[in-house]
Design a protein around this ligand. Sequence first.
Ligand code: ADP
Ligand code: MN
Ligand code: MN
Ligand code: MN
Ligand code: MN
Length: 356
Amino acid sequence: MANPIPSNQGLLKKYQDLDQKGNIMAEYVWIDAEGGTRSKSRTLKYKEEGYTPKDLPVWNFDGSSTGQAPGDNSDVYLRPVAVYPDPFRPGPNILVLTECWMADGTPNKFNYRFEAAKIFEKFADQEPWWGLEQEYTMLDLSNRPLGWPVAGFPAPQGPYYCGVGAGKVVQRDIVEAHYKACLYSGITISGTNAEVMPAQWEFQVGPAVGINLGDEMWMARFLLNRVAEDFGARISYHPKPMPGDWNGAGLHSNFSTKEMRQEGGIKHIEAAIKKLEGRHQQHIAVYGDDNILRLTGRHETGSIDKFTWGVADRGSSIRIPRETAAKGYGYFEDRRPASNADPYRITHIIMETLFE
Ligand code: ADP
Ligand code: MN
Ligand code: MN
Ligand code: MN
Ligand code: MN
């Protein structure tokens, strides 16, 4: 489905500049059953000091329309957990990240944040830092990667990774707009780059502490989906959007604790890797759907049924960055998570394996 009338940003600006008469618009955002983002807005009174999650009303939506609840018990509650400035509605307007809850006081079955937040609270003294690398693919409305010929294929991979120049990258405007939107909203976006497969890009969030990583990553995904909507593009988080000799998409998860970041930290990193080795299959189970298509042991991945690790080895499950090995402290990278994995589930299971 395409926009029948192209968006006219100049015309929209005329209305965006109108006075809101002491009100703000709050866009409530939630995660749906498919790992997509959904949102709806409501009007709140303007407050000089702004809003924190505690001051925001709990709201609800029709869970039977999103596959998140049955029709005869369809109200799903939206509990605010984080607030960000809204880059699409400049001024005092806000984006509100929420958790989904059922009427009986239990978390909705797609609410993976609630349990993750508990484990972060329990092991807060570890001071866990996260940096996640979100790879994604830009598609047209018929699901063909943008810039790919309708029939046939682009030239083989090689020129596209961190590429500069026409014919090497597509739709950089979306990347730039998303980067700026993240900064405006206070997301700790640490960078972006063009990826190995044409029409594939990456952004990184981090280092962010504890549950904040999942919150910021989900908000960054919402912002990307929303920016791409403005430009008429689709964003795919599928880990192997194009079969064949094309790189898949991952969500490399970089991690460190206070001890790992200090002199001699490498021995804590090695101990962590040992623990991860013993629970490989449990991790794979929550590292995203269709990951088996991506973790083939080729295209810079490890194999799905074998745990491996190495210094600077991009064909392993866990990579110790060269700099960390050289200094003897730093962080490690779990390369297994697929691009469509839920950051709350990744960070939760790593905490569980290492500390529980
Ligand atoms: P790669 O070389 O694998 O492409 P990137 O530069 O894309 O790595 O991403 C590395 C991520 O790791 C960034 O988000 C960065 O903020 C994060 N990071 C850096 N240092 C640490 C650390 N000590 N603990 C956790 N994450 C870190
Ligand atoms: Mn209605
Ligand atoms: Mn990267
Ligand atoms: Mn990458
Ligand atoms: Mn990486």
